[in-house]
Ligand binder design. Structure first.
Ligand code: PMV
Length: 328
């Protein structure tokens, strides 16, 4: 029996990953940049066990159905194939996400699973190798191996597509991200389906590809210069461009809800009043606002008449993946 456990934190992209060049290996069309956050994380243990007759996946104490378990099995198969291992495994995962947050946790979940496998089978992977492995589970997971800012260099093969930490002189410790949870019962299009449809059919997708690498360079420069407005402006512009591509997909779709637009408007009005803050969104209607720590409470007050305390969740820069010792 081989066991291991790891904790990984989620990350939010400031420069988005949007589109795959290789669906199977999960090689992205563009490089991306993220901030790992402390508020949401996943702890996962894996146990490869000769007594098991199939893979088992337990999430938040609930045994998962065949569909969910198959996703995990596919990831385990990569590791089993590489290691010539013929054992089934039990994967036990706990998501630490504030209740009813409705936030996807594939980044922290798959990064934690990769870390747990590394530990269980004593693979002794470097951070880059671990990032490559996590990438195969879910693209954005490759960035959750690192704390603070991370850049996923798109590469063009399994070997060359991985994330790395970005030196920042701890500037991220001065930043915060406010999650505004807007649950409008909007029908979900998964990030996987959304990016596939966009790459295949959106006439705006070429515009995305034309601008994203320059956005990435601007974001890296802003981090090097500790220039909050520069980083915020490029974050907001890049997110808007990503979401713009979905409107020209066939059939078209959007992740925005009326409530998302309300948050965007409030962010703009906060800026007009002299409060620097910038929004970004992913494959769902919730809005994340990048703000300096020193301005967080003013921002919360600005939003307080429109959203309840429960809808506003603050997060700060989070650490890299960690092993969790198991009692053996
Ligand atoms: O890794 P996935 O399949 O969950 O895709 C993430 C896509 C976005 O969240 C929209 C952007 C990103 O870079 O995280």
């Amino acid at each position: 029996m081989y066991t291991g456990k790891a904790r990984a934190y989620t990350n939010i992209a400031l420069i988005k990953y949007w589109g795959k060049k290789d669906e199977h290996l999960i090689i992205p069309m563009n490089s991306s940049l993220s901030l790992t956050l402390d508020a949401f994380y996943t702890e996962t243990s894996v146990q490869f066990d000769e007594n098991l007759t199939e893979d088992l996946f337990v999430l938040d104490g609930q045994k998962q159905d065949t569909k969910q378990t198959t996703k995990i099995s596919k990831f385990l198969d990569l590791v089993r194939k590489e290691q010539n291992l013929a054992l089934f495994a039990k994967v036990d995962s706990q998501n630490y996400v504030p209740t009813a947050a409705g936030l996807a946790s594939s980044a922290s979940g798959l990064a934690a699973l990769a870390g747990a496998c590394n530990e269980a089978l004593d693979l002794q992977l470097t951070e880059i190798e671990l990032s490559r492995l996590a990438r195969r589970g879910s693209g954005s997971a490759c960035r959750s191996i690192f704390g603070g800012f991370a850049e996923w260099q798109k590469g063009d093969s399994d070997q060359t597509s991985f994330a790395q930490g970005i030196p920042s002189d701890h500037w991220e410790d001065e930043l915060a991200m406010l999650f505004v949870l807007v649950d409008d019962g909007v029908k979900d299009v998964s990030s996987r389906d959304g990016m596939k449809r966009t790459v295949e059919s959106s006439s705006f997708y070429s515009g995305w590809l034309e601008t994203v690498e320059a956005d990435l360079a601007t974001a890296k420069q802003a981090i090097a210069e500790k220039d909050f407005n520069k980083l915020g402006e490029v974050t907001e512009a890049n997110g808007l461009r990503m979401h713009g591509t979905t409107l020209a997909a066939v059939p078209p779709f959007t992740y925005w809800s009326p409530e998302s637009l309300k948050v965007m408007q409030l962010v703009r009005s906060a800026r007009q009043q002299g409060l620097p803050c910038y929004f970004t969104m992913d494959a769902g209607p919730n809005v994340k606002i990048l703000v300096e720590k020193k301005n967080l409470s003013t921002l919360k007050n600005h939003l307080a008449t429109h959203f309840s305390k429960k809808q506003l969740i603050e997060a700060y820069a989070g650490p890299k993946i960690a092993l969790i010792p198991l009692e053996r």
